[in-house]
Design a binder for this molecule. Structure first.
Ligand SMILES: C[S@@+](CC[C@H](N)C(=O)[O-])C[C@H]1O[C@@H](n2cnc3c(N)ncnc32)[C@H](O)[C@@H]1O
Ligand code: SF4
Length: 467
């Protein structure tokens, strides 16, 4: 048994002013979360890659940080490309990074590939195929692998979709956000239903059947009525999976979001009502709610993973991917390795120069301890299954850990009616559902300072309903 000390320190580079201005708790797509990332030496990243278990399949993530036009709500890491040259140049660096990384990992089996952004659809058809061919040369893509692309419908074409089909892409996530004209205008993202229908036809022709829709609630000028219409229109197209993200308005971090006036944003109560209504409509229409913000139809791999106890959380949200290792490629991409999290430089020039010098482009990250891995499992149990049995997970881990603080908070949540308890299992009740991430934060040993100073779990719930 290993006795471990709980680490309640903050890393030096934590953006304190951001934490002060944004009381939001993390969405727990990782643990420790990105708030804990600090400087990480390239050689640590290299050592972690070299130490990957030989026969275990891995997942790959490729970040394409370019878009044609800036959406005012965007919280992603991207650049506006007025010409194709920077994209071409970036692709060359990405290919070089792939060669560099595979020389360290060897030719591993791959169970899952995800192209995210920005907008991967900005890549021309031939360039996407070139990248996929390079991946096939560097790694062994398993026959059952999922190959997914995030799609901006406005930059898609029949040729690009045909190239995806030839390259083995079998899932696409379409950035829909909202179908309402007025909302689309306020977020600087006009895309007609006709365009979405063209894309769906192209996917069908290319044999791509697994379609996700990304929707956002809490956008400017959205009302209960517009959200209802957007959800009904979505249901009409019957995507197999839907992500319904809460709009994150952080204009102090994403300057362009200042184009959205705060007065046009729905308040917390309205946001919650929008989410609840959308959830009810989707469930009534045959979708199963999954975790914080996902919905899927029976037969979708997310439902199968949920039923098999294999649902997990990753940087894209929820996933059926079984691999323990995710290798990220591209500027700002994060790798999740057994040794820890490692993030490539977000500075395009630094990223390119590192690769050209044959060096790791990683600049930030955090090593994970056995204690972090235990807590990650507990948070994942809550995020994916809305229940947690800390003692059972502790026994499985073989660690020793003092849960006094956590049990006190769980008892408070139980008294408030947000959780119920059967033996050593705690379950989130219907009344506790809006407080999912606050409930997860019970186990978080690195809480943002504003919550650290106010450790009462019910205070955290009050300030952190999912709306
Ligand atoms: C990289 S984008 C998807 C691909 C493509 N760039 C697009 O927008 O169609 C990933 C998704 O993140 C979500 N997103 C972006 N900014 C957000 C924000 N500030 N708050 C909540 N969700 C956001 C959107 O739903 C978006 O579809
Ligand atoms: S939401 Fe998507 S298309 Fe819009 S700017 Fe962000 S990454 Fe680009």
């Amino acid at each position: 048994m290993t006795a471990l000390r709980k680490n309640r320190e903050f890393t030096a580079d934590k953006p304190r002013d951001t934490a002060a201005r944004s009381p939001r708790l993390p969405r727990y797509t990782s643990y420790p979360t990105a708030l804990q990332f600090g400087p990480l030496a390239g050689q640590d990243h290299v050592a972690w890659l070299r130490a990957l278990p030989a026969d275990e399949p891995v997942s790959l993530y490729f970040h394409i940080p370019f878009c044609d036009q800036l959406c005012w709500f965007c919280g992603c890491y991207t650049h506006i490309a007025n010409q194709y040259d920077p994209v071409s140049r970036y692709l060359e660096t990405l290919l070089a990074e792939l060669a560099l990384t595979s020389s360290l990992t060897g030719r591993k089996k791959v169970s899952h590939i995800h192209f995210g952004g920005g907008s991967p659809t900005i890549l021309e058809a031939g360039d996407f195929e070139r990248l996929m061919n390079a991946v096939r040369e560097a790694y062994e893509i398993l026959p059952e692998a999922e190959i997914a692309v995030e799609v901006d419908p406005r930059t898609l074409s029949r040729e690009k979709v045909a190239a995806y089909g030839r390259s083995g892409v079998n899932r696409v996530s379409m950035g829909i956000q909202d179908f309402d004209d007025k909302v689309q205008k306020t977020i600087n993202r006009i895309q007609t239903a006709g365009l979405i229908e063209d894309c769906l036809r192209w996917f069908r022709t290319a044999g791509i059947e697994d379609i996700n829709f990304d929707l956002i609630y809490g956008l400017p000028n959205q009302t209960q009525e517009t959200i209802r219409e957007t959800v009904l229109q979505t249901v009409f197209y019957r995507p197999s999976r839907i992500a319904l993200f809460g709009y994150a308005h952080v204009p102090w971090m994403k300057k362009h979001q200042a184009m959205i006036s705060a007065e046009t944003l729905p308040g917390q109560i309205q946001r919650q009502a929008m989410f609840d209504q959308a959830r009810k409509t989707l469930v009534d229409c045959g979708y199963q709610a999954i975790g914080l913000d996902h919905f899927a139809l029976p037969g979708d791999s997310l439902i199968e993973a949920l039923d098999d106890g294999l649902l997990r959380r990753n940087f894209q949200g929820y996933t059926a991917d079984k691999a323990d290792t995710l290798i990220g490629f591209g500027a700002s991409a994060i790798s999740s390795l057994p040794g820890g999290y490692a993030q490539n430089s977000t500075d395009m020039r630094v990223y390119r120069q590192s690769i050209e010098a044959g060096e790791s482009p990683v600049v930030r990250g955090v090593a994970v301890s056995p204690q972090d891995i235990l807590v990650r499992q507990l948070i994942s149990d809550l995020m994916c299954y809305q229940q947690v049995d800390p003692e059972a997970r502790l026994r499985e881990s073989g660690l020793s850990y003092d849960f006094t603080r956590e049990f006190r908070a769980l008892a408070d949540l139980t008294r408030a009616g947000y959780m119920d308890r059967k033996d050593s299992m705690y379950r989130i009740t219907e009344a506790g559902r809006p407080y999912l991430r606050a409930i997860c934060s019970v186990f978080d040993n690195y809480l943002p300072a504003n919550f650290e100073e106010n450790p009462d779990i019910l205070y955290r719930c009050l300030h952190e309903s999912e709306g």
